[in-house]
Design a protein around this ligand. Structure first.
Ligand code: GTP
Ligand code: MG
Length: 450
């Protein structure tokens, strides 16, 4: 009998609904005690009052029972949807904990799914990757891994290595069947094919940073250019203070937004100017710091004023010009600026933040700029994380050694040992259930309830 575990599977805070999830042998006892349904039909939605140990109704809930062997974890499971109020959730949670049920550890549901062989380790990792995906493409690729796309490739590699081992071992067992030069060449060529396949698969790891990191978009400009007004227009509410007094924004203000396929940290900054005022000068330094690692820099200029040449001293040489976009703001006022003054390579977008005109153009140009920097194509539609990359690299080291041994044609037993070593590294990608330490390390990074 396994412990029965429970977790709140939805994020904290107020919401229309929240979900509690249970896994273990006590699930059917709970349906009997709390909902008075002793033998629920699996995968059927019930609407019931949740009655606690004292018989008091805590909420009206929708629940679904999953039978042993036919659930995510492979154990009996129960999912309860209640109203998304923290007091309601706490009351239900406390009541469940009063039975012999304990709070789930992070990732414990998925760990149980893995241990009961419902999914392999690569699929378990895909669950965490899907939940934390930072871009549409990362989410799509994680879903493909979860469906078994990576596991299929791993199993193909395993098959090919096993074939190779059996051919070599046949020679070891029957040395009188001389391999001959052509057969030996064939083995080397098969080894090279496996090596190349693993190598190509491993390179998918290198595009991870472009798939799985949030993008950073920074608004800079002279004081009063309208940065905060534009910032508020993009985020959709009054996040930053706007005023006609130059030097209003001091600390930078950051807000996470989503533009099409990417999560973005949009950052409003203090206006750039030479100042001896201590706090403002700290703000200016903060702005300069924010330019580091920025994916897109919007230079907001006020078109009703002359060209602010001073601003370009801050966008020093090491910022690539394709990351910089000029936003000509206040186009509802008479134009004073001359656009001939801009460095030629910069894109220019014309808007009035105050009148909410041209904001979609800003969003479009930002999206295009980010897309153009995202090289996410690869011949395999898979996601490879660091752990998997390390396993692939170690496997390939052994494959290379085996190939060298085969080329020298001296010790087939040693080549077979190396190939078995490679097989073991490849196997770690989809997982051995006996490596407790590795499993604990891996699942502790999951969220609770998953
Ligand atoms: N006419 C006009 N006024 C604008 C426009 N955008 C901003 N303003 C005004 O310009 C003034 C400064 O706007 P902010 O958004 O606070 O400017 P900022 O660049 O954040 O200024 P600092 O935080 O001081 O660096 C405010 O009075 C805004 O209402 C615009 O498109 N047209
Ligand atoms: Mg401001």
């Amino acid at each position: 009998m396994t412990d029965t575990i429970v977790a709140i599977a939805t994020p904290p805070g107020e919401s229309a609904l929240a979900i509690l999830r249970l896994s273990g042998d006590l699930c059917s006892k709970i349906t009997s005690k709390c909902f008075s349904v002793p033998s629920p039909t699996p995968r059927h939605s019930y609407v019931s009052e949740y009655r606690d140990l004292c018989g008091e109704c805590l909420d009206q809930v929708v629940w679904c029972f999953y039978a042993h062997g036919k659930s995510y974890t492979g154990e009996e499971m129960l999912e309860i949807s209640c109203h998304g109020n923290q007091f309601v959730l706490k009351a239900i949670m406390d009541d469940l904990l009063a039975y012999d049920i304990r709070s789930a550890e992070p990732g414990e549901f998925t760990k149980r799914a893995f241990l009961s062989e419902k999914i392999d380790l690569a699929q378990a990792e895909a669950v965490a990757q899907l939940i934390s995906a930072q871009s549409t493409r990362e989410a799509r690729l994680s879903k493909r891994n979860l469906e078994g796309n990576l596991s299929e490739k791993i199993s193909l590699i395993q098959q090919n290595i096993l074939n190779l081992i059996s051919k070599i071992e046949a020679f070891i067992d029957f040395p009188e069947d001389d391999l001959g030069e052509s057969k030996s060449d064939l083995l080397i060529s098969e080894t090279t094919d496996i090596e190349n396949f693993i190598e190509t698969l491993a390179t998918a790891y290198h595009r991870n940073s472009s798939l799985s990191s949030k993008r950073k978009v920074v608004l800079i400009g002279c004081p009063n250019a309208g940065k905060s007004t534009l910032f508020n227009c993009i985020v959709g509410y009054d996040r930053s203070i706007i005023s006609a007094t130059p030097g209003t924004t001091r600390d930078y203000v950051s807000q996470e937004i989503i533009i099409n396929d990417f999560k973005i940290d949009l950052i409003d900054t203090a206006g750039l100017r030479d100042t001896i005022e201590k706090i403002e000068s700290a703000g200016v330094q903060n702005t300069i710091n924010q330019l580091e690692n920025a994916d897109v820099i919007f230079i907001v200029v006020d078109v009703s004023l002359p060209y602010p040449s001073s601003i370009f001293q801050y966008t020093h040489n090491n910022i690539e010009s394709n990351k910089i976009i000029i936003i000509e703001n206040k186009n509802d006022l008479n134009r004073e600026i001359s656009n001939q003054d801009y460095p030629e390579s910069f894109q220019v977008v014309n808007i009035s933040a105050k009148k909410n005109r041209g904001i979609n153009d800003v969003i479009d140009v930002c999206d295009k700029c980010i897309q153009s920097q995202s090289h996410s194509d690869h011949c395999f539609d898979v996601l490879i994380n660091l752990r998997q990359f390390d396993c692939l690299s170690s496997a390939n080291e052994s494959i290379k050694k085996a190939k060298n041994i085969l080329s020298d044609c001296d010790d087939y037993l040693l080549a077979s040992i190396e190939l078995n070593e490679a097989l073991s590294h490849i196997g770690e990608i989809i997982g051995h259930a006996d490596n407790e330490e590795m499993l604990d390390k891996l699942f502790k990074n999951f969220c609770i309830g998953k």
